[in-house]
Design a protein around this ligand. Structure first.
Ligand code: TYM
Length: 330
């Protein structure tokens, strides 16, 4: 039997090149050897207010983009999180074995609540969903009992919490779930914002120029790369002290399927203008090829998500039942 990998993308906004390089691209290479459970995390999108129409659109776009990027529905199980009620049910059970202290230590929670406080002029309205979100994420994973969870570096802390919760679940309730290991891509596990290369490229960034969206007009994406923040040196080499350059080299290497060192070698005697030009063209061509397929894959969502729902709920319900029995609910 193939080993399982689980992963998801939250339906809060438009998919970025960071999501592709850090999360999706890896999956394309793994789909032959592993049994992949990949979902659109729509329940996760409710942690802060989202317009219902917007959520419906995000869900569809992410699903269609998973397919357009090259995930093969014959090989992987692709579904919407909220189509499988076991996610919500296990969420409550897992939340009940999570401690407040553990959730308070999550850096993403701290970052996001800071923004909320700022946005609302000091009024502290922190949605509980934002706080307990890592418990839902753990439930998402445990339901499929995978060997690995594929994520970018920003989700590592959530995954470590999941491992801790699995240990607790096994010990207290005499169960035997896997402690899922992180699967983090070697290149581009944290693609940076084009406008502030100390921050990650994010779906929820307010500045449109910070992120390349997979559905951006390719010409516009090219221009965003030309405007990317770099430094004054005009020499291209790998260094943590040159985050803007390192980011562009990482995007180049990942889309070309070469190492960072090979990318550095390629630009050895070139300048920043050359780098931006080549990365810009590469990104533009990449978006064009995805968007061509996306128009077709939009029409396949209903059929494929139905098959995915059936396959995923079978496994999810079996694992949920075992947990319910162990807790005395059955
Ligand atoms: P989300 O939606 O923020 O991101 C989806 C995936 O993309 C990765 N990622 C990045 N990788 C590289 N560079 C970036 N700039 C970048 N931005 C995002 C993320 O690490 C992630 O792998 N909580 C998750 C969704 C989720 C999930 C799960 C994931 C819900 N349940 C269970 C795995 C397993 C999230 O919000 O990811």
């Amino acid at each position: 039997m193939k080993q399982k990998i689980v992963t998801g993308i939250t339906a809060t906004g438009k998919l970025t090149l960071g999501n592709y390089i850090g999360a999706i691209k890896n999956l394309i290479n793994l789909q032959d050897q592993y049994d992949l459970f990949i979902f659109v995390a729509d329940l996760h999108a409710l942690t802060t207010y989202i317009d219902p129409e917007q959520l419906r659109k995000n869900k569809k776009d992410i699903f269609a983009l998973y397919l357009a990027c090259g995930l093969d529905p014959e090989k992987v199980t692709l579904f919407f999180q909220s189509d499988i009620s076991a996610h919500s049910e296990l969420n409550w059970i897992i939340t009940s074995i999570t401690n407040m202290g553990e959730l308070s230590r999550m850096t993403q929670f701290k970052d996001k609540t800071q923004n909320i406080v700022k946005q609302e002029n000091g009024t502290e309205t922190i949605p509980v969903g934002l706080f307990v979100y890592p418990s839902l994420m753990s439930a998402d994973i445990i339901l499929y009992n995978p060997t690995y969870v594929s994520v970018g570096i920003d989700q590592k802390q959530h995954l470590e919490l999941c491992q801790k919760l699995v240990k607790r679940l096994n010990k207290k309730y005499n169960l035997n779930f896997n402690e899922p290991k992180p699967l983090i891509s070697k290149i581009g596990s944290k693609i940076k914002s084009l406008q502030d290369p100390f921050l990650k490229m994010s779906k929820s960034d307010k500045n449109e120029n910070s992120s390349i969206y997979l559905l951006d007009d390719p010409e516009k994406a090219y221009k965003k790369i030309q405007k990317a923040v770099t430094d004054g040196e005009n020499k291209i080499y790998i260094s943590e002290d040159k985050p803007g350059i390192l980011n562009l080299l990482t995007i180049f290497a990942s889309l070309k399927d070469i190492t960072l060192e090979e990318a550095e070698q390629h630009f050895k005697n070139k300048n920043y203008k050359d780098l931006k030009e080549e990365v810009g063209i590469l990104v533009k061509n990449f978006l064009e090829s995805i968007q061509k397929k996306y128009k077709k894959t939009l029409e396949q969502i209903e059929t494929i998500s139905k098959i995915g729902k059936e396959r995923a709920s079978k496994i999810a319900n079996e694992n949920l039942l075992n947990i319910k029995k162990a807790f005395g609910l059955k």
